[in-house]
Design a binder for this molecule. Structure first.
Ligand SMILES: [Zn+2]
Length: 483
């Protein structure tokens, strides 16, 4: 009994020491405010001019719809772009493949790897009844530019083109080739970006970096994070659409048999939601994200995330239940999105189905995630038909030169913002560029509020006039100083 007491006391002492070490580290890593003057400073006149040009692009409703092959709106957008970026279209070598654009500004050394900035021309529909402005008016009011695509992602495309427009006017000659790429069907996971990548590949082009939409400069994305933080997407989760089919004898609904196809499918979906059977793990990129976010957080969260050596196990257990977003960072997610059964209310179906969408984690790839599903399917005698499956993308080397350079530019241009790598739970066109680029960074250097972020693919999308101006100047700074 005496020994048990001593052991307990020792354990308690050890715990106190460990927590004291963790608390000390939390004090040490706290981010100090960076009071440097920003390297970019757009004028009000520039901001107003940019807003007017972006507004013109928003006015062209380049909506992507599956099955639609009419590119006329995209050609209209090209006309607007040719008018507003005359230097780009005159000095850059332009290749157009079915509305997708690839432009190249030749560098001084043609042997060197190039750099590429990209964003998509298409937008999602804007049918929500809660739009307060006409989504294709491009209205500029209240310090914002309003409309579908204002954020996702015409402000990105505009800023990239405008940066090159100004650099060319200033007589800038890049050390390596600089490319602009913009596809017409990102929102429907179309073939535009792959076509451009094939073209680059067939021309023997290799890129040091391809930078697409994805992360942005956000505020309060994590609890107790008060300041701005630039979240750079370093990889994206995988993607699976799978149809789960159930067969049965059917029959009249007045004398229903047990275990009909719909009953089994319902049990299958309910089981997976209850069990949450996918593997929880803090993979290396998520570890890096949490670790690098820690200095910007308040106490005690800073202590927990800043001491992963001590709290990783606990976090692996806690994160899945904190929020759907935290769960998505550490697990393959599962959502049942479509379903079908009998065509008639009083007929038990002989066949029924559900379609599920999964986003495989970097640590549990598409095959392993489907294997989990298969076990549940076997339990209820269901059949899996994989419609589409891919694992998580490659991860950028977040200790490497290109990530470091982007971080340096952010520190110079947005000294008030922290910088962290992050795992994207959604997808971008950027993954296709892994075939030709060493670093696929998913990030647009623009500040946006949480309300603006929430309006992505929803009503009342907008972006700040001043923020777009800073974004243009950032891209200029980035391209101009890239070695
Ligand atoms: Zn987008």
């Amino acid at each position: 009994m005496k020994y048990v007491g001593i052991v307990l006391l020792c354990l308690l002492g050890l715990l106190v020491v460990l927590i004291a070490i963790a608390a000390l580290k939390a004090v040490k890593i706290k981010a100090k405010p960076n009071t440097n003057t920003p390297a970019i400073n757009p004028t009000k006149q520039e901001a107003d001019d940019y807003a007017a040009k972006l507004s013109e692009m928003i006015k062209v409703p380049t909506i992507s719809l599956r099955g639609n092959t009419d590119l006329s709106q995209f050609y209209k957008l090209h006309e607007v772009m040719r008018k507003n970026f005359p230097n780009v279209f005159e000095k850059m070598e332009c290749t157009e493949i079915e509305g997708n654009l690839l432009l190249r500004l030749p560098g001084k050394d043609p042997k060197r790897n190039g750099i590429l900035l990209m964003g998509h021309q298409d937008v999602v529909t804007a049918d929500e009844p809660t739009w307060e402005k006409d989504p294709f008016s491009g209205e500029i009011s209240g310090g914002n530019i309003h409309g579908r695509g204002a954020m996702d992602c015409k402000s990105t495309v505009f800023s990239e083109f405008q940066a090159l427009e100004e650099l060319i006017a200033e007589g800038f000659e890049p050390p390596c080739d600089v490319y602009l790429a913009t596809a017409v069907d990102e929102e429907i996971s179309g073939g535009g970006a792959p076509m451009l990548v094939d073209y680059l590949k067939s021309n023997g082009v290799h890129l040091d970096v391809a930078m697409d939409e994805g992360g942005a400069i956000l505020k309060g994305q994590l609890p107790t994070m008060d300041g701005w933080c630039a979240a750079i997407g370093i990889l994206e989760k995988g993607y699976i659409d799978v149809k789960i089919k159930a067969k049965g004898k059917g029959g009249h609904s007045s004398t229903p048999p047990k275990n009909t196809p719909l009953t089994r499918l319902s049990k299958f979906v309910a089981d997976i939601e209850n069990d949450q059977p996918f593997k929880a793990e803090i993979s290396a990129p998520v570890y890096a994200m949490l670790d690098q976010a820690a200095p910007y957080l308040g106490f005690p969260l800073r202590m927990v995330l800043g001491n992963m050596w001590l709290f990783k196990g606990l976090l692996t257990k806690v994160l899945p239940v904190v929020s759907p977003m935290c769960n998505a960072f550490v697990k393959t997610t599962f959502a049942c999105t479509m379903a079908g059964g009998s065509q008639t209310p009083n007929v038990v179906p002989t066949e029924a189905y559900v379609v599920c969408n999964l986003r495989p984690s970097p640590h549990q790839n598409a095959e392993a995630s489907l294997a989990v599903l298969q076990k549940y399917a076997d339990k209820y005698d269901l059949e899996l038909e994989v419609i589409h499956a891919r694992s998580a993308s490659n991860c950028v080397d977040y200790n490497g030169e290109e990530f470091g350079y982007l971080k340096k530019c952010l520190n110079e241009c947005y000294p008030d913002a922290g910088v962290i790598p992050y795992l994207m739970t959604g997808g971008t066109d950027c993954r296709h560029y892994e075939a030709v680029a060493d670093n696929c960074l998913r990030f647009c250097p623009i500040k946006m509020s949480n309300e603006q972020l929430a309006a992505m693919h929803a009503a009342n999308e907008s972006i700040g006039v001043d923020e777009v101006a800073h974004c243009v100047k950032f891209y200029k700074h980035y391209i101009k100083n890239h070695k």
